[in-house]
Design a protein. Sequence first.
Length: 123
Amino acid sequence: MRFIGDKLTHLREVLKLTQKDVEKLTGVKAGHISGIETGARNPRPETVKRIAEGLSVDEHYFYLQESRLPADVLPEMPPELERFIADGSNVPWLALTEKAQREGISYEALQHLIDIALEIKRT
């Protein structure tokens, strides 16, 4: 499988990052990022892992032409929601709220449970 450099460019632009910003987040030099984006360089698996972790996406995103970002599907999202969804570490929270909704637990009940958990945590 070949890394699709355009996917990195697209992700970087959606996140409103420069190549230098990506360097700071991943430790991969901006010049190397540039080469990967243009297709002049095919990154090693460990480099792909660093980029994926630094930008909070699954590594497979860069290899599958049909993979999409939330911004591609819902381009009119508020920026804060777009950032929340784009951050892969938030997936468990989305799954939890989906499960609560599916099980008929209201937003208010879920908020009440969180308040109880916070009170227990404080004691």
